[in-house]
Design a binder for this molecule. Structure first.
Ligand code: ARG
Length: 461
């Protein structure tokens, strides 16, 4: 069988059941162009090591170019009998270059160093695509923050009203998390940008081939320093899977909030028609399916990570066929995010905020109680006591069914002599927000500085 890369030592062919199990072309075919790119680089080091003449190199490159064109056009595809992308492409090369020349290419390389390298090439390209989609999502959050610079909303802990915050502050909290995911991809690339090509099956090659030259040819920063590590490790894949899972979780958290905000009870946001769906039975429905799919798909991204880690656990060095299972999870994570991110960024970009309702709710639920306590601290009252006094204000207001600012001067005075009518200066959303003006706080002035810093970091990625 021409698509097979081995067979010399076997008397008969593989059982159909083995061939069916072993086959990977249905998922590794998408590495075909990386495989051919690797082959061109490999041909050039073979030439540099005097294992291909200049003429042979030209013939090899021409055949590989032709093969690539045929793969792209679909004129050449994996055959039923091909085990994997590498074997199939060697068959295609031999069809174009002849067995004499085509049969020389495999010298000094193994599918083990090939596949480890091609996977990194694929992941580096897709990390860039995913990072761009993530940046677009960060930008959508920034646009919404800039469009609502002074809008207040209830800040929550435990999903309960806690303290008023600016809507822009809240949105930018999601932006920072997503920006870190982009930065993580950049940092990851330092480790992904090291080429395993030249490691051979596990121990290197005897033919004087220069791994650094191949690495440079394939846009890697360097070649691996240990051929066993080069062929056996997949931590770079696992780290990619972790970053994509973390990104999925970050998208899920902003999505969950949008789902809640879009309920009748909250009525904080209206989804654009283009980013919401209807119901087949309930004519009135407008559903946040984009956000729900983001939430759902984050589970799938986490599954890809944990599945891959389970595959890697306890594998002895060096290459084991288990490693063929490394590809589908990371391919799926890349595919998932590449369709998800444009929908999420579009949904955020087109959200309409009901800022009036958000502002109305911002100080409710005694969300200004901390402001009373901290006002008392500024009057010299120890915080421990101030906390108690403010708590007493809440108790009285709650019993009367009113808000803190509805308490009378007499009621304040009955709680403590320190609670003079001046306390009312902090009993407004605006006062509460403005007071939190330190770095990272929710005061409009602090959020303006924050936004500038965020944009600065975004420009640097
Ligand atoms: N299809 C294999 C993989 O994805 C390529 C390497 C196979 N190597 C081997 N010695 N059988 O990992």
């Amino acid at each position: 069988n021409e698509g097979s890369l081995w067979g010399g030592r076997f008397a008969g062919g593989p059982a159909d059941a083995l061939a069916a199990l072993s086959k990977s072309t249905h998922f590794d075919w998408r590495l075909a162009r990386y495989d051919i790119e690797g082959s061109r680089a490999h041909a050039r080091v073979l030439h540099r090591a005097n294992l291909l003449t200049a003429e042979e190199l030209d013939g090899m490159i021409a055949a590989l170019d032709q093969l690539e064109a045929d793969v792209v056009s679909g004129a050449y595809a994996a055959a039923e009998s091909d085990e994997d992308v590498h074997g199939s492409l060697e068959r295609g090369l031999i069809e174009r270059a002849g067995a004499q020349l085509g049969g020389k290419l495999r010298a000094g390389r193994s599918r083990n160093d090939q596949i480890a390298t091609l996977g990194r090439m694929f992941l580096r390209d897709h990390a860039r695509i995913i990072a761009r989609g993530t940046i677009a999502t960060v930008e959508a959050l920034i646009h919404q923050a800039e469009a609502h610079p002074n809008a207040a909303m209830p800040g929550r802990t435990h999903l309960q009203h806690a303290q008023p915050v600016l809507l822009s502050h809240h949105l930018l909290a999601h932006a920072w998390a997503l920006l870190r995911d982009v930065q993580r991809f950049q940092d990851w690339d330092k480790r992904a940008g090291i080429s395993p090509y030249g490691s051979g099956a596990l121990a290197g090659n005897t033919l004087g081939l220069d791994p650094s030259a191949v690495a440079q040819d394939l846009n890697f920063n360097s070649a691996v320093w240990n051929s066993i590590d080069g062929t056996a490790s997949r931590d770079v894949y696992a780290e990619f899977a972790w970053i994509t899972a973390m990104l999925g979780v970050d998208l899920s958290r902003v999505s969950e909030e949008i789902i809640i905000w879009a309920t009748k009870e909250f009525s904080f946001v209206t989804l654009d028609d283009a980013f919401s769906t209807g119901s087949s039975i309930m004519p009135q429905k407008k559903n946040p399916d984009v956000a729900e799919l983001a939430r759902g798909k984050s589970g799938r991204l986490i599954g890809n990570l944990t599945g891959l880690l389970a595959t890697l656990k306890a594998l002895p060095l060096a290459y084991n066929r288990d490693l063929q299972e490394d590809k589908e999870p990371v391919f799926d994570s890349a595919d998932t995010l590449e369709v998800l991110l444009p929908a999420v960024s579009g949904m955020i970009e087109t959200l309409t905020f009901n800022t009036e309702r958000m502002a109305e709710l911002a100080p409710l639920g005694f969300a200004l109680a901390t402001d009373i306590a901290e006002w008392l601290v500024r009057q010299g009252v120890p915080f421990r006591e101030a906390h108690e006094l403010s708590g007493a204000c809440v108790r009285i207001a709650e019993a009367r069914g009113v808000e803190l600012w509805d308490l009378t001067d007499e009621e304040f005075a009955s709680i403590s002599e320190h609670l003079t009518p001046e306390v009312r200066s902090v009993l407004s959303t605006e006062g509460s927000l403005n007071a939190r003006s330190g770095q990272g706080g929710t005061a409009p002035s602090a959020v303006a500085l924050q936004l500038a810093r965020l944009k600065h970091e975004l420009d640097a990625v």
